[in-house]
Write a protein that binds this ligand. Sequence first.
Ligand SMILES: Cc1cc2nc3c(=O)[nH]c(=O)nc-3n(C[C@H](O)[C@H](O)[C@H](O)COP(=O)(O)O)c2cc1C
Length: 187
Amino acid sequence: MINALVVYGTRYGATADTSEVIAGVLRQEGFEVRVVDAKKDKVQSISEFGLVIVGSGIKMGKWTKEPEKFLGKYQKELSKKNVALFVCCGSAKPLTEGEEKIREMENGKRKYLEDKAVQYNLNLIALGFFGGIFDFNKLSWIMKKTLSGVKPKLEEAGFKESKSDIYDLRNLVTIRNWAKDVAQMVK
Ligand SMILES: Cc1cc2nc3c(=O)[nH]c(=O)nc-3n(C[C@H](O)[C@H](O)[C@H](O)COP(=O)(O)O)c2cc1C
């Protein structure tokens, strides 16, 4: 049996839930999986893991701190392992149209994933570029004010509230298929 580690950092919950979805698929595929919220728990060693997946949510163009610390700490060991990165972010589901939409997606993918792979010298087996969650209940009043234009744009783009003031822009089928592909590559 292959041991897999999923390490993530989240602010609003999308990356935590996505990590559990990925872990669920890997378990179905026969992996033994440990999921770690890097903010709450420290990984002491990665020697037993044949697959390491690292994920983060994006806020103001930035990953969460802790998964980046993990990448820095284990950079050398990770270079010899099967490693995949994923992010949950708005740029994967831009509210713009046409060329601007394509540009936003390309920029996001490069900045949040490809640049990280270069920065930490990772030889990745997969990059997951997934949508995020806008949970307006979790925002401070100043953020609510700053992002007040987003809600009508989400509605305009056809996104519906999954619960009151929560918009989930992820596609769970895409995420599950990605996890299945990763499992096949490692098996
Ligand atoms: C205050 C705020 C700032 C954000 N900034 C960005 C950003 O710079 N780029 C982006 O692609 N998405 C951005 N988003 C969308 C988030 O990436 C999305 O909410 C995602 O779910 C965050 O991951 P998390 O839920 O795991 O924290 C932002 C969302 C909020 C609420």
